[in-house]
Design a protein around this ligand. Structure first.
Ligand code: BGC
Length: 775
């Protein structure tokens, strides 16, 4: 290889915009006078409404622009005129939305404005990394900023309500929707949930650049059996409350305006009809006072669940605490009859209608029904250069460096680089799943990003090398929602040879492999979590050239990388990075940005280990620490004969181009008492050659409890930016609040005793101090 010169720039701290961080729910800014006025307004309006009009507010049809289920709605315009529609979703464009709002305002009797929803999941037209990638940034400023940009764009285009954040904890890589959440951890998941809500809703929901959030899918959708989408969930209450509920609750505490019920059952009752969940837990225990919407045809699906006919399941949902019926029209078609037959009460219908009207009031829609959607503003705001710059930064910060032998990365800004892989020239797949508003064709492909940013000094040559999968049938399944994969039907040997020829002419190979965008997402469960064989064969063939290989990994889920991880020199996990994917990947590959992402979810060695997660319990027969580390099998211990217990990459793992040294940890008091707050600190030094960021992680283990406790739980993290040579002291405050959990009686409290306090660079590499906390 030629002697190549290192490019000088390694980014410092990410460039935050001037935007101010929100730290409180928008409701906390509302005055008493506002609340009194709102109550009077809504009561007055309700008093004027007929039964049909009240039920109409509970009806949320899809416009049909984009459907995810079987049902479609008819005659929407007519129904709007009759006051039989509360809101509409999946309609895009300021002018279109304005026209529909006009029908409600000019043709319906009470002129109640509609609320317009959309799945603005990880950005609007400017698309950010998939949520799993966003969580990997561990940067809550950026998380909030990404939601604020999404809100600004969506609002300018007429949207007032997003079906996000999705906060379903998942330890199930077979489940495609693991890509839409924040991974396996309740603490990280809660931080992300809170900041997404703050980002969307801001300090004032009625502003032109904020929209209402909807936390979903309540609850436990990420724990479906066998990772099959929509499947049965069965879990203990202790597990729900301690491990799966926290992120939903964090969104509620952050003032989320709405909640979406999940498709799955909880305790044998579908979440949509589960009163314990939607009323006892959500409203009574957590104090939620917004509205609950079903998921797409969630009420109707209770018929298939075996809960009765449409009238029965609709009544069940209303009585459970559901306020709005997405798509299925169960409420619209049956509630009147149920009221006549005494199966639901007038008060129940009134309450649901009141909650919808209150949300519209907070959105400012009664004051100005056209406040969202301004075509002129949209043409300036949506997909603006400024927003795309934010997305580029967030994308780069989400990438996780999983391997970097001989410091092959960052690449040098000269010579010839081969860019190989099924998606290297493919814009459509860069934005990832659930990006309904994205400008797919305008997302920056890897080849384009590299060429545009470094093409002046580096020669890039590219080849496809292989298709996503040998099976054309499967590849067609994967290319859902128009995300075509440009299948090349020439014999595989021809594709491989082309790639090898290109590699042979280069100094280094950048090989982009993994999944295509819709191999994860809704209804995208897989029984294998490996990289498809066609791409592994490509990697093996390229390995024979002897060229250094940098794998750029596209994925929406934790993959089992065991059969490939030794072959490349470096692995950079880029998830699906959004509109600016190619630019952001180039920034990281060439060292304009030093990677600092950390895994928000465990990467297993093999599917057989699943579910595998860092915060597991110990069992009565744990494998010893030494055996675990050395992967030694021991009979009558909790382990596998044919596989280690440890994952391939642990939760919280991620490398940097730099090196961070941790000092010995110090704890201010190892015998704290009562409600004291103690400090645990380390000094972190950047002893490498590049400026960069490190996510310092705090874990705690409760050694003895009235119920069994996890071997460790994340309780804090700080992302610190350090210039090369720089040191910073990182301090975590720990109080009994951090030790609390739900006991067997579901009482949330802490128990005195011994605790391990751990600080480290990932969930596996920590230093430990024992403390004894008395009451
Ligand atoms: C998904 C939801 C989504 C809804 C509306 C459903 O299929 O489960 O997450 O918000 O469709 O598009």
């Amino acid at each position: 290889m030629k002697k190549l010169i290192l490019i000088a720039t390694i980014a410092l701290a990410p460039c935050f915009s001037a935007q101010e961080m929100v730290t409180k729910p928008y409701q906390s800014y509302q005055t008493e006078a506002y609340k009194v006025k709102k109550k009077a307004f809504v009561e007055n309006l309700l008093a004027k409404m007929t039964l049909d009009e009240k039920i109409g507010q509970l009806n949320l049809p899809s416009s049909g622009d984009f459907t995810t289920g079987q049902a479609t709605n008819s005659d929407i315009g007519k129904k709007i005129e009759q006051g039989l529609v509360g809101g509409l979703f999946n309609i895009k464009g300021a002018e279109k939305i304005k026209a529909v709002q006009k029908v409600a305002l000019e043709k319906s009797r009470l002129k109640i404005p509609l609320i317009f929803g959309m799945d603005v999941i990880h950005g609007y037209e400017t698309t950010f990394p998939i949520p799993l990638g966003l969580a990997a940034s561990w940067d809550m400023n950026l998380v909030q900023q990404s939601a604020a940009v999404a809100a600004k764009e969506a609002a300018a285009d007429g949207i007032s309500w997003t079906f996000s954040p999705m906060t379903d904890i998942s330890r199930e890589p077979r489940w495609g929707r693991i890509s839409e959440g924040s991974g396996e951890d309740p603490y990280l998941g809660s931080e992300v949930a809170k900041n997404m809500v703050y980002g969307y809703q801001g300090k004032d929901l009625s502003l032109k650049n904020t929209i209402m959030a909807c936390v979903k899918h309540f609850a436990l959708y990420g724990a479906g059996e066998a990772g099959r989408d929509y499947n049965t969930v069965d879990m203990s209450h202790v597990r729900m409350f301690n491990e799966y509920f926290p992120p939903y609750k964090a969104a509620v505490d952050a003032g989320v305006g709405s909640v979406m019920a999940s498709f799955n059952e909880v305790d044998g009752i579908p979440a949509t009809g589960n009163k314990w969940l939607q009323t006892e837990v959500l409203r009574k225990m957590w104090g939620f006072d917004g509205f609950v919407v079903t998921d797409y045809t969630g009420i109707n699906e209770m018929i298939e669940h075996g809960m009765g006919d449409l009238q029965q399941v609709s009544a069940l949902a209303l009585k459970a605490g559901v306020d709005m019926d997405m798509v299925g029209e169960g409420f619209l078609k049956t509630l009147k009859q149920s009221l006549e037959e005494g199966k639901v009460t007038q008060a129940e219908i009134d309450l649901a209608a009141k909650r919808i009207l209150e949300a519209k009031y907070d959105l400012g829609l009664f004051e100005d029904p056209y406040r969202y959607g301004d075509a002129k503003l949209a043409s300036k705001e949506v997909f603006s250069k400024e927003n795309r710059n934010v997305a580029r930064n967030v994308a780069a910060q989400s990438m996780v460096l999983m391997k970097n032998e001989n410091n092959i990365l960052p690449l040098k800004n000269s010579g010839t680089v081969a860019v190989i892989g099924p998606l290297v020239n493919n814009s459509l797949n860069m934005t990832g799943t659930w990006s309904v508003a994205a400008k797919h064709g305008e997302a920056v492909s890897l080849v384009k990003g590299l060429q545009d940013n470094f093409g002046k000094d580096v020669k890039f040559v590219s080849a496809k090398g292989a298709n996503i999968d040998y099976s054309e049938k499967l590849e067609n399944v994967y290319a859902a929602h128009g995300k075509l994969t440009d299948r090349d039907n020439r014999p595989k040997e021809v594709l491989l040879k082309e790639a090898v020829d290109v590699a042979n002419k280069s100094d280094v190979v950048v090989l982009a492999i993994g999944e295509s965008a819709e191999m994860s997402g809704e209804s995208s469960s897989r029984t294998e979590i490996d990289i498809p064989q066609s791409q592994i064969d490509l990697l093996k063939e390229l390995k024979k050239t002897g060229k250094p290989i940098v794998v750029v990994l596209f994925t929406g889920r934790p993959l089992a990388l065991t059969n490939m991880k030794d072959l490349p020199d470096a692995i950079l996990n880029v998830w699906f990075a959004g509109s600016e994917a190619g630019n952001a990947i180039s920034d990281v590959l060439f060292g304009k940005v030093n990677p600092s992402g950390k895994l928000p979810v465990t990467f297993p060695r093999s599917l057989g280990q699943v579910p595998i997660y860092y915060n597991h319990k110990n069992t009565g027969r744990p494998l010893g620490a030494d055996q675990t580390e050395k992967c030694v099998y021991e009979r009558f211990r909790s382990n596998y004969m044919d596989e280690c217990n440890t994952p391939l990459y642990p939760f919280g793992f991620g490398l940097s181009y730099s090196k961070f040294d941790y000092s010995a940890m110090s704890v201010s008091d190892v015998n704290p008492k009562g409600n004291q707050t103690i400090q645990a600190s380390v000094t972190v030094t950047n002893s490498g050659n590049y400026d960069g960021a490190e996510v310092v992680q705090l874990y705690i283990r409760d050694k003895v409890g009235s119920i069994t406790r996890p071997v460790k739980e994340l309780k804090g993290f700080q992302k610190v930016y350090l210039k090369k040579g720089e040191s910073k002291k990182v301090t975590f405050n720990i109080s009994p609040e951090d030790l609390k959990f739900y006991n067997n009686a579901l009482k949330y409290d802490w128990e005195a005793g011994e605790f391990d306090v751990m600080i480290g660079t990932n969930s596996d590499e920590v230093q430990l101090t024992k403390i004894n906390w008395t009451k």
